[in-house]
Write a protein that binds this ligand. Sequence first.
Ligand code: HEC
Length: 259
Amino acid sequence: MKNGFWIFIAVFLALGGSWCGFVLAPELQLGGAKQTTVLNTSDVYPVGRPGEATQGSSVYRANGCAACHTEQVRQTGMTCGVTLTEAGKNPQAVTNLISSLVLINLTKEAADAASAKITAGGGKTEIHITATGPDIARGWGMRQSVAEDYLYDQPVQLGSLRAGPDLANAGARADANWQLLHLYAPKSEVKGSAMPPFRYLFEVRKIGREPSPDALKLPPEFAPPAGYEVVPRPEARELAAYLLSLRANAPLYSAPISP
Ligand code: HEC
């Protein structure tokens, strides 16, 4: 073993280098991440998920939802638009000015320039920012996902495969009732859905003296036999609460958009 020392140094550098890359660098970049505020307001962002939703996050994890769903919206760019909020003392001149300017689908610089011209003419303007990109065009979110969105998630369930839609904003698209029906029988809500049903999150039981107010109102093809009802188990409720809590669309400094 006359090369023992150099083998030790080589192994140490290889392992130490990857530890720096995988542990130290991310910790330095994001370890100190703190709550921020919603753009142009004093509202803090994010606020933690409600308790039931936090439990639902474990149900999401246990059922492998992240194998088919991502929770990360990508953005490729943004466009700006200018709107007139006040015409000022000489509305006719401002109207003429506006008709000679392009006010939508602008870059930030072009929007600032157009806004400056209108302001010089006596009007008041507002600049609107719209995020663009394929994920946003699909309706999966209004802006890209940023580190702040995941501040209270343990673990963060980004996912890497999209057999189904991105869920970063699932809570903005459907209510709890829809989520429960969809989990029990995806095909009852989305024709030809390729999502597997999660029936074991529900209990099919004999109707007692009175039907439960929580029983799912399923279309006839998916309904249980007469005299039976389908009621969500606590896990299904928690999962629905988690899905409802997925709303990463607040305008932030790191991801500006106009609501
Ligand atoms: C085998 C892949 C697969 C798995 C596992 C899976 N899904 Fe899906 N999911 C899909 C597909 C495909 C769709 C699109 C069709 C539809 O809406 O039913 C979908 C749609 C959805 C939607 C509707 C999204 C929208 O806005 O249109 C939600 C919510 C959802 N899934 C939640 C879940 C949850 C929660 C789990 C885990 C319990 C899960 N999925 C597991 C494939 C999957």
